[in-house]
Design a binder for this molecule. Structure first.
Ligand SMILES: NC(=O)c1ccc[n+]([C@@H]2O[C@H](COP(=O)([O-])OP(=O)(O)OC[C@H]3O[C@@H](n4cnc5c(N)ncnc54)[C@H](OP(=O)(O)O)[C@@H]3O)[C@@H](O)[C@H]2O)c1
Length: 312
């Protein structure tokens, strides 16, 4: 390899990385301006991802309606958002108590949400309840609670807000789902079932409401890292391989998912899968070679059982 090519390659890499960085910054800036003045509802705004979404949309100048199960947590979030924001470009968020497992209470909450600004432009359905346990240890009561929180609750709220969106001929419904809405994993029976149900509902809805100018997006991350672990700074000279390795091997940080949700809203993306190559490949294997997929998953379960037995 000649001297010129040895010299040109790193320059090219730095140039491409620089352009990619610039492109992302421009997209981020434009995405923020798209949500300015928009009425955005975030369910479970107090969770790891919910908080980050609230921050991103708040800074973008959206008129936020933050929903959550705990009034104390909502107030803490409200204070945190107001303490860092410039009041000349942001709106003071409205707070609404919402327990998605209380299906009978959702129509009243829907009215309260609509009374805040008279309409909703974007609904981000983020709340969900997780459970990981062998099927026989989960009571039917727990199965139903998970279906209520992850499926019946979000769809009741969506249906409640739909008429106001269809009459205005505009709106955006965003479902924060999970790869488990596409790929069923052992020990996640109720959670995966509820996420599959929600995915199917929003996929059907997308086609039905398109003619009313309403967009439907689903965002499916594999694993969202703990909120407290800050993403490493992208130091391009030192960390470019580390950066790619992190993308390949670990889950995403709530900051990255929130930025992706903002981009999804601004570009009206229909479906986003935030997954590294292994779960992506698993999705294809599940579709094209189901026998192989089931065998690998069953072998994984046997391994877990053996380890558990050895521990006892
Ligand atoms: N974390 C991951 O690895 C991951 C991966 C893929 C997809 N996702 C999806 O990303 C979204 C956000 O997840 P997250 O990890 O940020 O959440 P999280 O930190 O696990 O918190 C779950 C939240 O849901 C709330 N919640 C539970 N039951 C509720 C109900 N009945 N009504 C209203 N709120 C309720 C909880 O409130 P309390 O604390 O007050 O109970 C808590 O704030 C979810 O849709 C999840 O499925 C997460």
């Amino acid at each position: 390899m000649g001297f010129t090519s040895v010299f040109i390659l790193p320059v090219l890499v730095v140039l491409v990385a620089g352009m990619y960085y610039l492109y992302n910054e421009i997209v981020k800036f434009m995405s923020k301006s798209v949500v300015r003045n928009k009425v955005v509802v975030i369910t479970d705004a107090v969770s790891g991802l919910g908080k980050e979404c609230s921050r991103v949309f708040h800074m973008g100048g959206a008129r936020l309606i933050l929903c959550g199960k705990s009034w104390e947590k909502l107030e803490a979030l409200y204070d945190a958002l107001n303490s860092v924001a410039d009041p000349s470009v942001t709106f003071t968020p409205k707070l609404v108590l919402l327990d998605l497992s209380d299906i009978n209470g959702i129509p009243e909450v829907t009215r309260e949400i609509l009374e805040c600004y008279g309409c909703v432009d974007v609904l981000i359905s983020n709340a969900s309840m997780k459970v990981k346990a062998p099927v026989q240890t989960l009571s039917l009561e727990m199965d139903k609670k998970i279906m209520d929180t992850n499926y019946f609750g979000p769809i009741t709220l969506t249906k409640g807000l739909l008429p106001s969106m269809t009459s205005r001929r505009t709106g955006h419904l965003v479902l924060v789902n999970s790869i488990q809405g596409k790929l069923a994993m052992p020990f996640r029976t109720a959670y995966a079932a509820s996420k599959h149900a929600a995915q199917a509902f929003f996929d059907c809805l997308r086609a039905e409401v398109e003619e009313y100018g309403i967009s439907v997006s689903t965002i499916s991350p594999t694993f969202i890292r703990s909120y407290h672990l800050q993403p490493e700074q992208a130091n391009w000279e030192k960390n470019i391989w580390k950066f790619f390795f992190r993308k390949l091997s670990h889950g995403v940080h709530p900051v990255e998912v929130a930025d992706e949700i903002l981009r999804t809203v601004s570009r009206k993306k229909k479906e986003v899968l935030m997954a590294n190559p292994v779960p992506r490949a698993a999705l294809y294997i599940r579709s094209f070679f189901p026998g192989l997929f089931f065998a690998v998953v069953a072998a994984g379960v046997k391994d877990v059982t053996l380890v558990e037995e050895e521990k006892q």
